[in-house]
Design a protein around this ligand. Structure first.
Ligand SMILES: Cc1ncc(COP(=O)(O)O)c(C=O)c1O
Length: 432
């Protein structure tokens, strides 16, 4: 069934959701700087359940039931931008309806929604402690890079071939603070890669090693735990760009110092929202800050005269980087998109995606592609193959309904939980 309008999607959802009506929530903000004086407390409304309610039906590995409008026959661009599910569409229209009806009063319940989103993100990242909601992966990495306590003579280790989001911020910070940048090679076996990192770390003065959990082009899963151990043995920090991993690859940030990511790839939310986590207690210098970075930043708006001051301390944990107003619709969209991922479980999603790769890889190799897939420990959601005519073949596949990309001239296929295993037939038909 193809559903063409938002109204129709909402109607469909209402039918589905009538089986799982969640109780309405009375929302009282709970975290440190949220306004809670009596007058505000009295005005906090009850959000209609529909904004938070996320249906449990229709979420099955290999099923596109939540994506009735998706046009591609095989959508393999989750490493780029994911399509919006009916849940995401409804969540966003729900937010807009709240603002349409209540204006300013709409904002308060969404403080709690943001806290609940952060709980979900902590679960997916395998971490505890404060998280900042950011505008993008790159915004988070740039702010993190500017916030480190740089010292003269510091060094930075980066990888040649990384997506620029995890290179440019460090190169610019290195320029600003007089640090030296060294690039490590990605064109190496796992032991070679670890040995090169160890050698560079042993030279000393490395402030930070920055790496993606999964490489955007090849889908290579990086040994972030081993790199973290090496970094810590040599007094360096490790900063991980997790956008190509979280949501599809089992992930634990337990050994990491900084993690940044975004909503619109494997978490299946929308562009314009990201997250930044720092190990609790990590020393940060608030070079980037704004009105919401202070302790109790909004009391001057709520608590009468004499509260407007500029000398209140900047909070010390990473959420001081939430410097101004937040992308409310994007946060609600992200939580709606994450719900199926948490329900299915990332390990099960990973297995499903590997089964998809297992079917597609030999079919592509048979047609002359070279697979860049690595051994089991270095796999991810992305299957990349090379071919002298990769660009033309990429166009051919897209025209035949296989949505895929060719970053830097290789063919990248990035299926997620809704992709069916029999999509291999669409691919082989498209290439014959
Ligand atoms: C590894 C990696 N990091 C970051 C980005 C960009 O993320 P954002 O636009 O959220 O900064 C991409 C996008 O392709 C990416 O592959």
């Amino acid at each position: 069934m193809v559903v063409h309008s938002v109204e129709a999607v909402q109607l469909l959802d209402r039918v589905v959701l009538s089986f799982q009506v969640a109780p309405q929530k009375t929302v009282l903000p709970s975290f440190s700087w949220v306004p809670t004086p009596a007058a505000v407390r009295a005005s906090i409304r009850t959000l209609p359940g529909s904004v938070f309610r996320i249906g449990r039906g229709m979420v099955q590995l290999g099923s596109r039931a939540l994506f009735p409008q998706l046009q591609a026959r095989a959508y393999c661009n989750h490493a780029a931008v994911s399509p919006a599910s009916t849940r995401v569409m409804r969540a966003v229209t729900g937010v807009l309806a709240e603002y349409a009806q209540h204006g300013l009063d709409a904002i308060f319940p969404f403080f709690e929604q943001r806290e609940s989103l952060k709980d979900d993100l902590r679960t997916l990242l395998g971490v505890e402690g404060p998280i900042a909601i950011t505008a993008s992966t790159n915004r988070g990495l740039s702010d993190a890079a500017l916030s480190l306590p740089w010292q003269p003579g510091d060094r930075v280790l980066l990888f040649e071939g990384e997506f620029p989001a995890n290179v440019t911020p460090w190169v610019q910070a290195a320029k600003a603070f007089g640090a030296e940048v060294t690039f490590l090679s990605l064109d190496a076996t796992l032991p070679e890669l670890l040995e090169e990192a160890r050698r560079e770390l042993a030279k000393g003065k490395v402030r930070v090693l920055a790496v993606s959990a999964v490489q955007f082009q090849t889908g290579r899963r990086m040994p972030i735990d081993q790199l973290a151990d090496l970094c810590h043995q040599h007094g360096a920090l490790i900063a991980v760009d997790a956008i190509q991993a979280v949501g599809v690859v089992p992930f634990s940030g337990a050994k990491l110092d900084l993690i940044a990511g975004g909503a619109h790839k494997w978490l299946m939310g929308m562009e314009g929202v990201g997250y930044l986590w720092a190990r609790p207690g990590l020393e940060l210098v608030p070079r980037v800050s704004g009105w919401l970075s202070h302790a109790e930043p909004v009391d001057f708006l709520m608590e009468g005269a004499g509260k407007l001051r500029y000398d209140k301390p900047i909070r010390s944990e990473i959420d001081f980087l939430e410097i101004g107003s937040t992308n409310v619709a994007g946060c609600v969209a992200l939580q709606a998109a994450i719900a199926p991922i948490l329900e299915l479980g990332v390990p099960a999603i990973f297995e499903h995606v590997q089964a998809w790769h297992d079917r597609v890889e030999p079919a592509l190799v048979e047609r002359g592609f070279t697979s860049l897939r690595r051994g089991p420990g270095e796999r991810s959601g992305t299957l990349t193959v090379s071919h002298p005519d990769a660009m033309e073949l990429g166009i051919q596949l897209n025209e035949a309904g296989v949505a895929c990309t060719t970053p830097d001239g290789v063919l990248r296929l990035a299926p997620h939980w809704p992709n069916a295993l029999d999509e291999v037939d669409v691919l082989t038909a498209a290439l014959s």
